[in-house]
Design a protein around this ligand. Structure first.
Ligand code: GDP
Length: 463
């Protein structure tokens, strides 16, 4: 090929290559690991036998294939796709182990460009998709950036009512007995911080309460055991002016310094290093588990989701805009594990999620971020069908429980509106955990609407 033509072709090919940083988050057990595993799996089958009928790229026959590439940030762990697939292909299949920290994977997706002009020069283009997985709990820390240690302490103390109050006994008793002005007792502070961390874990595990701060305490990753995750809210009754005079080596001074360090080096660092570089965001929400668990868990999930959404309200004068100039232009809210309910309930699931995100949605739309809600099952573990009950036909799900026993059931109705008291009084909603279905090694994983999610998140990039 003459060199001018070759250079034009190289230039055009570079122009045709695109790059998108897609982040996936959600509270722990929302389904991030399953979602990313399925996303990679679906795209790697793009060129052979795609199971993505709702993706326009597939409808137009332009998808050529995808493969994993070495990911660009060597200091970040790679998303462990191979182990996840191994778990799903074991006998019997099991769910992949969840990731507990930030991780990353890069996919190169090959496709035929849509534009005839681009096709004339090069009939192939590549979209590089960097998928970043991070715990939603980290977004719960955003308010810390605009609160002093004293303000944060007052806010946290105010939350210690109801179930939270019951669980808080141990650390609050010890913390209230601390002398703020005495020289810092490192051992004591570490002990109370450990009790406070245990309390946050208990809130999640036993109370179904997900709105916990600081988020890194429950998912510390590489920070585990470091002094920066060894503080707790001040619950003593001393007045604020006196506390402000506490020396920097006192109990209060050390706790305040750790809080400030945490805000700057952990929270702000995350927003600067990761969040500010994201182009598109998926927020996974498990609405079904809190419906199963009861009103307190459901209310708390709403609070946590509202709090997560604060990170996307970054209008012109917002804190985020001032600090980090984020550039996210699309957010997908996905109600996960839709295969836990029968198909006619899926619209209710979406409607419920829409109500949960409604207010913040309006705000973000106003600021020019495109948002969408949908339901999804990243890895479909059940088969929908019908059963006959007393002569009438009823929709049902078939699957296997974690202990491998087969089961057919009707899990109940998902409320289309935020549930009111009556729903909780005669709650007919109950479902078990299903294990994944066995899937052939060379076939894409079964899913519900992953193609719709992918079309929304990436469709416009396959030009
Ligand atoms: P993470 O903590 O957000 O990474 O959550 P995981 O992806 O590990 O999911 C937590 C659990 O939810 C899994 O172990 C499964 O039991 C369940 N799960 C996740 N996705 C699905 C799904 O699409 N269908 C079903 N039936 N269960 C799911």
């Amino acid at each position: 090929m003459p060199s001018v033509k070759r250079r034009v072709k190289q230039w055009a090919s570079r122009g045709a290559d695109r790059h998108v940083r897609l982040a996936v988050t959600g509270l722990s057990r929302a389904g991030k690991t399953a979602f990313i595993t399925s996303l990679i799996n679906q795209l790697t089958h793009l060129g052979t036998e795609p199971n993505l009928p709702l993706m326009q790229l597939v409808q137009q026959g332009r998808g050529l294939g995808a493969r994993r590439e070495p990911h660009p940030h060597m200091h970040l762990p790679a998303f462990d796709y191979d182990s996840a697939m191994q778990a799903l292909h074991s006998t019997p299949p099991v769910w992949p182990s969840p990731t507990r920290d930030v991780s990353e994977v890069r996919l190169a997706v090959r496709y035929r460009p849509q534009s005839a002009a681009l096709r004339a020069i090069n009939d192939m283009a590549t979209l590089y998709v960097d998928i970043i997985d991070y715990p939603g709990e980290w977004l719960l820390d955003l308010p810390l950036l605009s609160q002093t240690y004293s303000q944060w302490s007052a806010k946290q103390s105010g939350l210690l009512t109801g179930r939270r109050g019951e669980l808080a006994g141990t650390w609050t008793t010890k913390a209230a007995a601390l002398d703020p002005f005495a020289p810092a007792d490192e051992k004591k502070l570490a002990e109370i911080a450990a009790d406070y961390t245990a309390f946050l874990h208990q809130c999640k595990a036993h109370g179904g309460l997900h709105w916990v701060q600081p988020g890194r305490f429950v998912l510390p990753g590489e920070l585990a055991g470091a002094p920066v995750v060894q503080f707790f809210p001040w619950v003593g009754s001393d007045n604020e002016q006196d506390l402000a005079k506490a020396g920097k080596d006192s109990n209060y001074g050390v706790l305040k310094a750790r809080y400030d360090y945490y805000c700057e080096h952990v929270v702000a660092h995350f927003y600067r290093e990761h969040f500010a570089k994201i182009d598109r965001q998926v927020i996974l929400v498990d609405t079904l588990q809190p419906l199963n668990a009861g009103p307190a868990a459901f209310h708390d999930m709403r609070l946590a989701v509202e709090q997560l959404m604060q990170s996307f309200k970054y209008g012109k004068s917002g804190l985020l805009k001032r600090l980090f100039s984020p550039r996210i232009d699309k957010v997908l809210f996905a109600a996960t594990k839709a295969d836990h309910v029968t198909p006619e309930q899926h619209p209710n699931l979406v409607s419920l999620l829409q109500q949960i995100v409604h207010q913040a949605w309006q705000q973000a739309a106003f600021e020019g971020i495109d948002m969408r809600c949908q339901s999804v099952a990243a890895i479909e573990a059940t088969t929908p069908g019908y059963v006959s009950v007393k002569g009438s036909t009823q929709s049902a799900l078939k699957g296997h429980l974690a202990d491998n026993s087969p089961v057919t059931l009707y899990p109940g109705e998902v409320p289309a509106q935020l549930p009111e008291d009556a729903f909780w009084q005669d709650q007919g909603f109950d479902f078990p955990s299903f294990r994944p279905q066995p899937a052939p090694l060379d076939a894409p994983l079964p899913h519900i609407r992953m193609d719709k999610a992918l079309d929304y998140l990436l469709g416009d990039k396959f030009r």
